[in-house]
Design a protein. Structure first.
Length: 423
């Protein structure tokens, strides 16, 4: 007999119906958008001012960022289990309280040690913890058209993340990075905590019973048995999705962290480099809506293969783009991949492995992802310092999404129940 946990659960008291779905999507969208202070796109605006004000090298800042991201990798599995135990509502509010405080305390950083501590808190709170609970919330609360609901929340949240650098670039220039970090912390408190406590229902609904008369949309279907983390980790699909998200995080984090320097090498001014986040936003919106819709209808494997192929083209092309059309095309491709792969991961795991252990499973995946993203900035910084150009390291990095593309073509979709030898 399969050893997973039976998926059906008794209805929770006061469980939300479909009328609560807009509130759930709104809360997840706000939380995801307010992960921006911990995301590389926003942090990239602070890199050059931090180097000037603190008198440290680019490699030193990249190493501090690496340490912060790696620390987040160790926290994610624990956080995933907390989501499974206490639910997204309480966990989201607690994370927002801590993340806002970290941003405000980080304004006291005056040397590389303090900056490293700041990056630890910012990456753990924003890119790690708040991101995980925001993207898991929709999967837990929404059972019908989960792919589309995830796409909507991801699109709105991603729009907030992608538009933030253009706003921050002006604010940091006018007010300085310390004041802007203080503002970001207050914004997290003012928006995310009320969204979690006022919009999210106290209890998540039980998955709808399968009466055999209607077929659930592909992206909303759940397996008859909830897989444990150990069972999921024995499938090729788990590792292809994990590798896809991790590779995308590593590559896009490196590219975005050195956005001004990388695109400056190709002839773009700092303002033009920051403006490339606009096409990233547009493509991210289209990709999250589009892939969320497609995930309800098509194979996860096929969508991951296409996403990784586009990422390979964007990575290779970053070293040869020029101001104008190719720079816009680069931003479109990068935005589509970075946002699309997160939507696919958020939809694929509930569909393959169920909901009961979803927080634990996604916590481990986010741990790998955050750890991978930690090496992106340092990888590009070292490549730039040793070759006096980003082109060689970009070509080397292109191999990573190509490997995931090949693996996606070879892996098989998991069966509805764990194999018997998992007992």
């Amino acid at each position: 007999m399969p050893t997973g946990t039976t998926a059906t659960q008794p209805p929770a008291t006061g469980a939300p119906g479909r009328a609560h779905v807009p509130r759930v999507v709104a809360a997840a969208s706000v939380a995801l958008a307010l992960t921006a202070p911990g995301q590389t796109a926003a942090v990239s605006v602070f890199v050059d001012p931090l180097i000037r004000d603190l008198g440290v090298s680019r490699s030193a800042v990249s190493t501090a960022y690496l340490i912060g991201s790696l620390t987040g990798a160790f926290v994610m599995p624990v956080l995933g289990r907390l989501i499974d135990r206490y639910g997204p509502r309480r966990v989201m509010a607690t994370i927002a309280l801590c993340f806002g405080a970290v941003l405000m305390v980080s304004t006291a950083a005056s040397e590389i040690t303090g900056l490293t501590a700041a990056f630890i808190g910012i990456r753990v709170g924003g890119q790690g913890a708040l991101n995980l609970v925001a993207t898991t919330t929709v999967a837990i609360y929404v059972h019908r058209r989960r792919g589309f609901a995830t796409g909507v929340a991801s699109a709105i949240g991603t729009a907030g993340i992608s538009l933030t650098p253009m706003l921050l670039e002006r604010l940091v220039s006018d007010w300085g990075w310390r004041q802007v970090w203080m503002i970001e912390g207050l914004a997290v408190w003012a928006l995310v905590i009320p969204a979690a406590l006022l919009l999210l229902p106290r209890h998540a609904p039980a998955p709808p019973a399968d009466d055999g008369d209607t077929e659930a949309p592909r992206g909303s279907a759940l397996p008859p048995v909830d897989w444990t983390l150990g069972q999921a980790a024995r499938t090729g699909m788990f590792w292809v999705v994990t590798a896809g998200v991790a590779v995308c995080a590593l590559v896009t984090t490196g590219l975005n962290f050195h956005q001004v320097s990388l695109l400056g090498e190709r002839g773009l001014s700092p303002a033009e480099a920051a403006a490339t986040f606009l096409p990233q936003t547009i493509a991210g919106l289209i990709a999250t809506f589009g892939l969320g819709w497609l995930a309800d209808r098509f194979s996860d494997r096929m969508l991951i293969i296409v996403t990784m192929a586009v990422l390979a083209l964007a990575t290779a092309g970053a070293g040869w783009l020029t101001p104008g059309f190719t720079a816009v095309l680069y931003g479109l491709a990068l935005g589509a991949c970075g946002n699309g792969i997160r939507t696919l991961e958020a939809v694929a795991f509930p569909r393959c492995f169920g909901l009961r252990h979803l927080g634990t499973i996604r916590g481990v995946v986010h741990s790998v992802t955050v750890g991978a993203s930690a090496f992106g900035p340092l990888l590009l910084a070292l490549g730039r310092e040793h070759t006096a150009s980003y082109q060689p390291i970009l070509l080397a990095a292109t191999a990573l999404p190509l490997v995931v593309t090949l693996a996606g073509a070879l892996v098989r979709t998991p069966p509805p129940t764990p194999p018997r030898h998992d007992s």
